[in-house]
Structures are given as C-alpha cells and as structure tokens.
Write a protein that binds this ligand. Structure first.
Ligand SMILES: Cc1cc2nc3c(=O)[nH]c(=O)nc-3n(C[C@H](O)[C@H](O)[C@H](O)COP(=O)(O)OP(=O)(O)OC[C@H]3O[C@@H](n4cnc5c(N)ncnc54)[C@H](O)[C@@H]3O)c2cc1C
Length: 462
C-alpha cells in the first residue's frame, strides 16, 4: 500500500474481506494478514471438468440483503441466480423423502392443508403440533435452547423431524444447545407478543411466494464473490501465508507478531479470525476479551461432492435436497442436489450431488479417510435416490472447527465482549463467532465494524 496501514485486519475469510472492502471504500489504508495460501476462509469454489462446485457455503439468504448487496457493489449483480424450480426441500423419515410442507416458516405451518397432508409427521405428532395454539407462553425470562423451545411448544416430533435436522443442516449444530434468542429471536418475540406462533403466522397476510425464492447464488459458486473482492482491493493490501500469533499495545500503536517473526504495527486492529484463534492472539493485550472468545464453541464439518451421469440417478431430483434427522442414523447430516438447486453447476446430462458430514452430531466425522467419507455418502444416498454405479469423480472438503455455535447465553457473552473492548480503544472483533453466522450477517457486521473503525480513527488523535 502507498500509505502505511492505519488498520491491521487479521483473517481473510468473508468477514475480514468485507471489513477490508468497506475500509477501502472509506479510503482508509489497511493491511490484511491471512494465515492460508488463499483468502475466502470457508467460502471456496472450484471448477472441475465443467462442474462448478462449492466446497463450503453455496447460498445467500435474500431476506438478509447484505450478501446480495455486496455482490451488486462488486459488479456481480447480473450474475446472481435464484434457486431452480421446483423449490422443494425434503426431510428423510423411515427411508423416504418427505417434502417440507409448503407454506411454513422454518417448517412451522402457516396453513393447515399441506400440514395435514404431509407424511413427515404421525397423526399424534400433528395433533401435538396443533396444540401449540393452546400452550401458554413462557413466563421465565432468559435464553433457552431451540430444542427446549420447540419441544415445549410443538412436541418431540417437531424437534426430531424438523428443528434438529434443519439446524444440523444449517448450523452443523445441536438443537439442545443452540440459542433461540441468538438464532430465532423472531420466534421468542412472537411467542411473547401473540401467545402462539401458529396463530401469529397463520393470521399474517398471505403474500404470494417471492418469484426468486429465498436464496441466490452465483453460477461459478460463491467463490466468485471472493475473487471479485480480492480484485476490488489494492494488490499489496493482502498478505497471504501470514499467520498472526499475538497482538500487543505500546500505548500508541498495536503490534501484531506473525508465526515467521515479522512485526506489523497500526493504530487499529480488527480481529476477523475464528473466535478460538482470537482467544490466542489477543491473550496478552486483552485477556478478558480473549477468555470470552475462547468460550465460543465450534463444530467441524465435511462436504463430499459427487458427479454422476444423469441416468445413473433414478430420483427426479425435483428440489434442492434433503436433511437427515439424527434419529435416522444414516451417517450424513444432509444431501444437496447442487445441479438441481442452482443453474450452471453441471454440464448437460450430468448431475452434481453433495453430502454433509459432522457437526455437533458427529464430532469424529473428520477422522474418517476420504474413501470412508465417500463410501458413507454413497451408502446413505444410493437407496434413497437410486444411484447406480460409481461417481464420475468425487471431491472432499474438510472444514475443521469452522462452524461457530451460538449456544444458549451467546448474546450475553457477545454483549460482555463489546463491553470489555471499551477498555481497548482501537481493538475490534468481527466474524461468524460473534454477531451472526451466515454470510449476510458476517458481511453486515464486518462493514459495521469497519465504519466503527473509521469513526474511531477520525475521533482519536494519532
Ligand atoms: C460447510 C459450510 C457450509 C455453509 N453454508 C452456508 C451457506 O450456504 N450460506 C451462508 O450464508 N453461510 C453458510 N455457512 C456459514 C458461513 O459460510 C460462515 O459462517 C462464514 O463464511 C465465516 O466467515 P468468517 O470470515 O467469519 O470465518 P472463516 O471463513 O473461518 O475465515 C477466517 C479466516 O481467518 C484465517 N485465519 C485463521 N487463523 C489466522 C491467524 N492466526 N492469522 C491470520 N489469519 C487466520 C483463516 O485461514 C480464514 O481464512 C457455511 C459454513 C460451512 C462451514
């Protein structure tokens, strides 16, 4: 960079890159230190034999606009594609796939018709879910797990065949540990305001489903976003293969030491690394913040992408894929039909499938060899969607400690971290470990953090 950096950003995942993008827009010189040989963190896509594969995330939630907006600012607006029709997602039960009832909010029915017809729940299960309308609202204050909330209001089947598999699929998390307040504040607010989620959701005015569905992606995979971000930033503002090991403060400047013994200094540091990494790097400079960062749990996951000729799979693949309840014990958390979910992911006459492993449910999944992961994926998928023969090729992506778990009490911890950071002016924290896990939330928080950095630099004397 021409000017010496005012900000050191640690970590070049989407959070670090979005921080950098916002700082660059504000013309604030920065240097981003990334431990790996590439930026993007868990956002990684590759093209293999005409297939476009996402190894990590593949979808941007439309409802939270910050991911979409960033793509538009990066000139990728016209490349954003909605999910293909039909927009169906399935849940596995007793060896069969059941479409999630249409007209639902995270599976909670907003109309009776599709809910009554679904084979996903037993009649006693449906009855118990319907009784939600008469369950009194919770009087205790304080956080609770999503499992406890759903069990209390909708019964066990709603947890086993809805909340548990959806949360395993989205957050690789444990439904009985994840926080309802951190992840579904809308549900607790609705309970307190209306007494019943079913009554509240059913009484809402019915909007026609959005023509674009709920998610968008990019034809080359979400890695397109990372490539565009890297191009949008000054070439000398990113240092790859540079692992930050510790941060110190000399009364005027923060100093960052790296694994190779280099020293960088700046007035401001933004730690955009996973929370457990920030727990180590910040230990000397901000011990209480570091200790709280170390308390944020993470789960590991792996994805296995498999390519087939279309005729090798007998299922119509009419939808985006399915989630697998823990009680089904198939060895995978979810399966995605990437080429039916998004346009442009597989050449004509071929299909691209993906299996998810690990999470809080199966913490030892990453100990499996590549061959074992592929064999488990095939064993889980073959009988369900009728796969003949072996894949044309496979790709395995391992994401060790990559899924931040916002468990019960998370919001209190994050509030305490924000409070503790006040004792360390010029030190900032962002990333999926804190104020939101999905890409849109990570982008939003990173950009807010960058604006706070800008305001702090403007208000403090150098
Ligand atoms: C398999 C999977 C699928 C997902 N699917 C979706 C999805 O479809 N949609 C969605 O919105 N979200 C999804 N998510 C969640 C979302 O992708 C992540 O929460 C988000 O990308 C995390 O970004 P981050 O920048 O906070 O962290 P990371 O991506 O983990 O980036 C952290 C970066 O810090 C670097 N680093 C680590 N230590 C150091 C150090 N000491 N010094 C310097 N650099 C360091 C790492 O190398 C890495 O590049 C998914 C997550 C996973 C794992």
């Amino acid at each position: 960079m021409s000017a010496s950096p005012q900000v050191l950003i640690l970590g070049g995942g989407i959070a670090g890159l979005a921080t950098a993008f916002e700082l660059h827009q504000q013309k604030i010189p920065f240097l981003l230190l990334e431990a790996g040989a590439r930026v993007g963190g868990v956002v990684f896509s590759e093209e293999v034999d005409g297939f476009n594969i996402d190894g990590g995330p593949d979808a941007l939630l439309i409802q939270k606009q910050d991911g979409i907006k960033l793509c538009q600012e990066l000139g990728l607006g016209t490349r954003l594609v909605p999910t293909k029709l039909p927009r169906l997602a399935y849940v596995q039960r007793a060896g069969r796939l059941h479409a999630l009832p249409a007209a639902s909010v995270m599976g909670i029915p907003t109309q009776w018709g599709p809910f009554i017809k679904t084979g996903l729940f037993t009649w006693p299960g449906k009855l118990r879910m319907g009784m939600e309308m008469f369950i009194p609202k919770r009087t205790e204050t304080g956080d609770e797990s999503i499992g406890a909330f759903m069990r209390r209001r909708f019964g066990n089947e709603a947890v086993d065949y809805l909340a548990e598999p959806l949360l395993a699929g989205i957050h690789a998390g444990d439904v009985d540990r994840l926080s309802i307040r951190a992840l579904f504040a809308r549900f607790t607010e609705t309970e307190q305001r209306f007494g019943s989620l079913l009554r509240a959701f059913r009484s809402q005015p019915r909007h026609a489903p959005s023509k674009d569905g709920a998610f968008k992606s990019l034809p080359g995979g979400l890695g397109e976003m990372i490539t565009a971000l890297e191009k949008a930033l000054p070439a000398d503002s990113i240092r790859k293969n540079t692992r930050a090991t510790s941060v110190s403060f000399d009364g005027a400047l923060y100093r960052v030491e790296t694994a190779s013994g280099e020293l960088f200094s700046a007035r401001t540091v933004v730690a955009a690394t996973p929370a457990f990494v920030s727990a180590t790097t910040l230990r000397a400079v901000a011990p209480i913040v570091a200790q709280r960062c170390g308390e944020v749990p993470y789960a590991s996951a792996a994805t296995v992408a498999m390519a087939f000729n279309r005729e090798a799979v007998s299922h119509p693949l009419n939808g985006s894929g399915w989630v697998v309840p823990k009680v089904e014990k198939t060895g995978i958390m979810a399966g995605t039909w990437l080429s039916s979910k998004w346009p442009g992911r597989a050449p004509e006459g071929k299909v691209l499938l993906r299996a998810f492993f690990g999470g809080a449910r199966d913490p030892k999944a990453l100990e499996k060899t590549d061959a074992e992961l592929v064999a488990t994926a095939l064993a889980a998928m073959r009988p369900l969607i009728g796969i003949q023969g072996d894949p044309l090729f496979t790709r395995i992506y391992r994401w060790e400690n990559a899924n931040a778990q916002h468990e019960v009490g998370h919001l209190d911890r994050v509030a305490a971290i924000s409070q503790d950071l006040r004792a360390h002016p010029g030190l900032f924290i962002t990333g999926s470990g804190f104020r939101g896990v999905g890409i849109p939330d990570c982008v939003a928080d990173a950009r807010t953090t960058a604006r706070q950095v800008s305001a702090w630099l403007a208000s403090s004397v150098s």
